[in-house]
Design a protein around this ligand. Structure first.
Ligand SMILES: [Zn+2]
Length: 190
């Protein structure tokens, strides 16, 4: 595997010259076609799973693809507001995924006492323990699904999002990406 610096030298040598016109255009234009909110997990790469190119996706990645409830002032809320109000993205996707470490720790009640910041962050997900008769795998899948539904509710309550949804200028969708198969399941907003 290349180091990041070696990878960048390769980009400068091969990928950049091949797309020189695109980068010339992007140097002064920022018009993404969607806001993608996904998990920080390295295995779920938004541009790869959506076949998008530089300039097309405005991306927010957080542990567990959480969207803080409206009212918090943080980097995520600011990025959502900017994407919707200034960039006027016509589409938002909130994407969860299989084998999510964040959702696994919530679904299976992992001890996070050594990770107080992670514990505090995941507490904002509002996860409620599901049916205890479920297998671990089923409990995690249920948590992943319920979490995407909750984040769709949260983001729809942002005034900027609500305004453009009501006006019909924005669509909102929930996805669950299965890492092993590459499939996407659509999660209907409530
Ligand atoms: Zn994850």
């Amino acid at each position: 595997m290349l180091t990041l610096a070696e990878g960048h030298r390769l980009f400068e040598r091969e990928a950049y010259p091949a797309d020189r016109n695109l980068y010339d255009e992007l140097a002064t234009n920022h018009r993404p076609v969607a806001l993608f909110i996904g998990c920080s997990d390295a295995r779920v790469v938004p541009e790869v799973i959506t076949s998008t190119r530089p300039g097309e996706l405005f991306v927010i990645r957080t542990a567990g693809n959480l969207v803080p409830p409206h009212g918090s002032v943080d980097a995520i809320a600011a990025s959502i507001e900017y994407a919707v109000e200034v960039l006027e993205v016509p589409e938002i996707v909130v994407c969860g995924h299989s084998a999510c470490g964040a959702m696994t720790s919530l679904a299976l009640d992992h001890d996070l006492s050594m990770l107080p910041t992670v514990a505090g962050w995941l507490a904002t997900a509002g996860h409620k323990r599901g049916d205890r008769a479920l297998s671990d795998q089923e409990a995690v899948a249920q948590a992943v699904h319920a979490n995407v539904v909750r984040q769709l509710v949260n983001i729809a309550e942002y005034p900027s999002v609500r305004k453009r949804l009501t006006a019909g200028h924005l669509t909102l969708a929930g996805w669950i990406h299965d890492i092993g198969t590459g499939r996407i399941d659509i999660v209907a907003p409530k």
